[in-house]
Unconditional design. Structure first.
Length: 233
């Protein structure tokens, strides 16, 4: 019986490299692997189902499942797992010292539905009682580039979210005092330049992450692997 031929799109991680270089060969399967940056693979899979098996944002998968229109089957494989306590930044002079101080504040984000941002909002709500509805959100590019949502947003009416326009960027608004906090998967340029006006909400984020894991036993999954329904032989 001939081997099953499958296309797989994923990034070149240490945990996928043995498949990519042939050190590990799945029994009965011939894999045609395309190495793609996660964001690129996600969009091509979501838009056109270009691959039979693909790395995918966990938030995108669960969103489609929640909407009752999911063309994929996830397998219990997590290609990316990471804590996100280090990704919340606050501006000096705003009085934000604890997560609870974010209530009523202006918060910038470059994405709403990426898994990292979903985790951060969930962590703030379940660990500290701060819901997304408690903040005024601004969404746009950190410096210039704006990525469209992987899946169109469908937010509750009580979420206050404004989209940046024209030449506005999150970092320029933050520097001008028009934002109080940033939830960012990427390290802001202001932080890298050691600006005195920006700091992490959790300065000792590694300790916060270790405490979170001890309490919850959750090591947050960012990316899973899915197979396309009706696309497999």
């Amino acid at each position: 019986m001939p081997n099953l031929k499958l296309t797989l799109a994923c990034w070149d991680y240490d945990r996928t490299r043995p498949l990519i270089d042939g050190r590990v060969k799945p029994e009965g399967i011939d894999l045609d692997i395309e190495i793609l940056r996660p964001r690129q693979a996600f969009q091509r899979m979501l838009d056109k189902r270009e691959f039979q098996v693909c790395e995918l944002s966990l938030a995108s998968y669960t969103t489609l499942k929640g909407r009752g229109d999911c063309p994929f089957v996830a397998v219990p494989v997590a290609l990316s797992k990471i804590f996100r306590h280090s990704c919340i930044y606050v501006r000096s002079g705003t009085g934000i010292r604890t997560p609870q101080d974010l209530k009523g504040k202006r918060v910038g984000t470059s994405q709403w539905s990426s898994t990292g941002l979903v985790f951060m909002r969930g962590m703030l709500q379940h660990d500290y009682g701060i819901k997304a509805q408690d903040m005024h959100w601004f969404m746009g590019g950190l410096n210039s580039f704006v990525e469209r949502p992987l899946i169109p947003l469908d937010l509750p009416n009580d979420i206050k979210l404004d989209f940046l326009s024209g030449q506005q960027t999150l970092e320029s608004m933050f520097a001008a005092g028009e934002l109080d906090a940033l939830l960012s998967l990427y390290i802001p340029k202001l932080f890298l330049e050691r600006s005195p006006n920006i700091s992490r909400l959790f300065p000792n984020y590694k300790e916060a992450e270790q405490d979170y894991y001890r309490r919850t036993r959750i090591f947050p999954i960012m990316h899973t692997v899915v197979a396309a329904r009706g696309h497999l032989p």
